[in-house]
Write a protein that binds this ligand. Structure first.
Ligand code: ADP
Ligand code: MG
Length: 398
C-alpha cells in the first residue's frame, strides 16, 4: 500500500551525496556488561541504511537510549549500539561524543558518500524531550534530508521526531516506518470480518482508551492477563491475591455494558492458572468462580485457551496487545504462547501484534515470521490503532 498522502517514501528522496539524518529507535536492552541483549530494533533498520549507503548518502543517525533525563550519563552511551550496528552492516560507524556541538559537527562534516555517523544519545540533552527549538535547529543543521525510521517514538513530539522536521528541506518515511504505517492503517480501514481484538497485559487503566476505540470497529474482544482480573472482579468474582485494579471496576462494568449494546462479544477467562506467588513452583487450575483467597491468577487456564483458540481461528483480522499471563515465567506462559500459536496458524487472517511485551512473547515463541506484522512500537502502535494522529508521522507531511 502507498504511504498516506503527503508523506514521501525513502526511494523518492534525493539522497545521493547529501547528508541524511535518520531518526532510528535504538532504545535496546543492555546487560550489566553493557552488551546489547536484543538487537531486533537495530536489525530492523538495516534495509533503510543499506538503501542509503548504496545511493551514496552521508548518513547521520540519531536515537535515544533509556532515560538519562537530559544529562550526560556514560552508562546510557550509544557506544555498544554503534558497535553492534558496525558488526551487523558491517561498516565503520563514527560515534560523536555528544548529540550536538563542535564534536558532533566535526564528525558530520567529515562524512563521505556512503559513510555513517551516529550522534550520542539525543536524551543527553534536555532539549530533545522538551522539543527545544535551538536543539532542533542544531540537529537540522547537520542534514539536508530527514528520514524517520523510529516508529516506536512516533507518538512523542520531541526535537528529533517533530521539532527539527520542518527545518529540513526534504523529508520522508524510512522502510520500517512505511511498513508500520502500511499494516497498522489497514486495521483502520475496511477490514475482513470477523475482526477480533485480543487485549491483555498489566492494567486496564493503561488500555481503556484502546478498548474504547476498538469497540467501534471489532466483532469481538478477548481479554486476558491481569486486565481480565479487573473485569472478573467487576463482575463480582473473588480474585484472591491476584493483581487487580479495584478502583477500575466501574470503568470495566461500563465497558461491558457498552459492548453488549453494540453487540460486541467480550470473552473473559473461565479458568485460570493459580499459584500462591510468582515464584511458587506449585500451580493449579481454578475456575474463575473458585479462586482461593490466598491465590493469584497468573495465566489463563486450558478451557479458556481452547475457547480463545476457536475465536482466533475463525477470525479474518486480529489485533493483539498484551500477554495473557506472566509469560516471563515459563509456568505462566502457556496462555500467551497458545494465543501466539493460534495467530500463527490462522493463515487466512491479517494478524497484527503491538506492544513491547507481546512482541517479545511472539519472538520468544519463535512465531514472529508467521504473523502478518509484529509492530516495533508499543505505545505508538496502540495510539495508531485508536486512530490518533502521531506527531512523528504528521511532521513528515508536506
Ligand atoms: P505490552 O508491553 O505488550 O503492551 P503490558 O506492558 O501491558 O503489555 O503487560 C505486560 C505485563 O503484564 C507482563 O510483565 C506480564 O507479566 C504482566 N501480566 C500479565 N498477566 C498478568 C497477571 N495475571 N498477573 C500479573 N501480571 C500479569
Ligand atoms: Mg509493556
Amino acid at each position: 500500500m502507498p504511504l498516506p498522502k503527503g508523506i514521501r517514501a525513502l526511494d523518492d528522496l534525493p539522497v545521493e551525496g547529501r547528508r541524511v539524518f535518520v531518526r532510528v529507535d535504538y532504545n535496546v536492552p543492555l546487560d550489566k556488561a553493557r552488551n546489547v541483549t536484543d538487537d531486533a530494533r537495530i536489525r530492523a533498520t538495516l534495509p533503510t541504511l543499506r538503501n542509503l549507503i548504496d545511493r551514496g548518502a552521508r548518513i547521520v543517525l540519531g536515537s535515544h537510549l533509556g532515560r538519562p533525563d537530559g544529562q550526560v550519563k556514560p552508562e546510557y552511551s550509544l557506544e555498544p549500539v554503534a558497535a553492534k550496528l558496525a558488526e551487523l552492516l558491517p561498516v565503520e560507524i563514527k560515534l560523536a561524543d555528544e548529540p550536538v556541538g563542535d564534536g558532533a559537527r566535526k564528525v558530520v562534516s567529515d562524512l563521505r558518500d556512503g559513510q555513517i555517523a551516529m550522534l550520542e544519545n539525543l536524551r543527553f540533552s534536555a532539549g530533545e524531550e522538551s522539543n527545544d527549538k535551538t536543539f532542533a535547529a542544531a540537529l537540522a543543521s547537520y542534514c539536508d534530508v530527514y528520514v524517520n525510521d523510529a516508529f516506536g517514538t512516533a507518538h512523542r513530539a520531541h526535537a528529533s521526531t517533530a521539532g527539527m522536521v520542518p527545518m529540513v528541506a526534504d523529508r520522508g518515511a524510512g522502510l520500517v516506518m512505511a511498513k508500520e504505517i502500511d499494516f497498522l492503517s489497514r486495521l483502520l480501514g475496511d477490514v475482513d470480518k470477523p475482526y477480533i481484538a485480543i487485549l491483555g497485559g498489566a492494567k486496564v487503566s493503561d488500555k481503556i482508551e484502546v478498548l474504547d476505540a476498538l469497540l467501534e470497529r471489532v466483532s469481538a474482544i478477548i481479554v486476558g492477563g491481569a486486565m481480565a482480573n479487573t473485569f472478573l472482579q467487576a463482575q463480582g468474582k473473588s480474585l484472591g491475591k491476584s493483581k487487580v485494579e479495584g478502583d477500575k471496576a466501574p470503568i470495566a462494568r461500563n465497558f461491558l455494558r457498552r459492548a453488549q449494546e453494540r453487540n460486541v462479544a467480550v470473552h473473559l477467562p473461565t479458568d485460570v492458572v493459580v499459584a500462591s506467588g510468582l515464584d511458587s513452583d506449585v500451580t493449579s487450575i481454578a475456575s474463575v468462580d473458585g479462586i482461593g483467597s490466598d491465590m493469584m491468577a497468573l495465566d489463563i487456564g486450558p478451557a479458556t485457551i481452547e475457547a480463545y483458540r476457536k475465536v482466533v481461528g475463525a477470525a479474518r483480522t486480529v489485533f493483539w496487545n498484551g500477554p495473557m499471563g506472566v509469560f516471563e515465567k515459563p509456568r505462566f506462559a502457556a496462555g500467551t504462547v497458545s494465543v501466539a500459536q493460534a495467530l500463527a496458524e490462522n493463515r487466512l487472517a491479517l494478524t497484527v501484534v503491538g506492544g513491547g511485551d507481546s512482541a517479545a512473547a511472539v519472538a520468544q515463541a519463535g512465531l514472529a515470521d508467521k504473523i502478518s506484522h509484529v509492530s516495533t512500537g508499543g505505545g505508538a502502535s496502540l495510539e495508531f490503532v485508536q486512530g490518533l494522529a502521531l506527531p512523528g508521522i504528521e511532521a513528515l507531511r508536506g
